[in-house]
Design a protein around this ligand. Structure first.
Ligand code: GLP
Length: 258
């Protein structure tokens, strides 16, 4: 795990943007796994400003609410179109999101996995993290080997996401999410977390045991994870000094510059 601690969300996003932009330049037909929520917004804005070529890029989103049509303001379809897709030259046929309106969810999930496989797998998976340690919508106690499937949200996530819906009782109970096993197959995982609210989950992810009670901790088993944090999200890390030391002494060829 590479832990990149920056003074604020803007600086942490700059590093993440460099990582994504470099991939898109080196591999114009890259396959991106994408996340929603407030955390990746700065990243998407920065990528839009860079006017990269998205014509051959394929995308797979992590998750979607069950029962929300794509046009619903709080659907992740809507989020992605508003915040990224409509601002770049991506081809519509290359965009994939779980279908929250699917009438046969298990079949849909199996097909989604097959599509990722047919695309050659995910090159880079963007991730945020929930205050309870979820990635995608893999809530605590999710199987560490799980695949794309339906999940029920925890009360905590219901409350956390209530802010987008006006109140927690409007948040759907069910979601479709790529599994932890699916996420672990991405060649690179790029996790972003900002703010004090995420500090506990980040400390458990980086320095706690690998355990399904903190789903993001499975990333300790992944060979290439980069975690971009602001100071607040990093504030409960016991070995922050070491992470700074690693970052400050990187050989030239490992540095993140555009
Ligand atoms: C949501 C999403 C996750 C996201 C997380 C954090 O429920 N399903 O993919 O990473 O919760 O959201 P935010 O970035 O708004 O804090």
């Amino acid at each position: 795990m590479e832990i990149i601690i920056q003074p604020d969300a803007e600086a942490a996003t700059e590093v993440a943007t460099t990582i994504v932009a470099r991939l898109l330049r080196e591999k114009p037909d890259a396959v991106l796994g994408l996340a929603t929520g407030s955390t990746p917004l700065l990243l998407y804005r920065a990528l839009v400003r860079m006017k990269l070529d998205w014509r051959k890029v394929k995308t797979f989103n992590l998750d979607e609410y069950v029962g929300l049509p794509p046009a619903h303001e709080q659907s992740y379809h809507h989020f992605m179109w508003e915040n990224l897709f409509r601002h770049v030259n991506i081809s519509r046929k290359n965009i994939h999101l779980p279908d929250g309106m699917s009438r046969n969810i298990p079949k849909f999930c199996a097909e989604y996995e097959a599509l990722i496989c047919a695309a050659g797998g995910i090159d880079l998976q963007v991730l945020g993290i929930g205050t309870d340690g979820h990635i995608g919508f893999n809530e605590p106690t999710s199987s560490l080997a799980s695949r794309t499937r339906i999940k029920t949200l925890t009360r905590q996530t219901h409350e956390d996401n209530g802010r987008f819906f006006g109140s927690a009782d409007k948040v759907p109970h069910h979601v479709i999410t790529m599994g932890l096993g699916s996420i672990m197959e991405a060649r690179l995982c790029l996790l972003l977390a900002f703010g004090l609210k995420k500090a506990r989950a980040i400390a458990a992810t980086v320095e706690g045991p690998v355990a399904s009670i903190n789903p993001a901790s499975i990333l300790q088993m992944h060979p290439d994870v980069r975690i971009c944090l602001d100071r607040a999200a990093a504030s409960k890390l016991k070995r922050a000094d070491y992470y700074h030391r690693v970052y400050d002494n990187k050989p030239d060829w490992q540095q993140y510059q555009n």
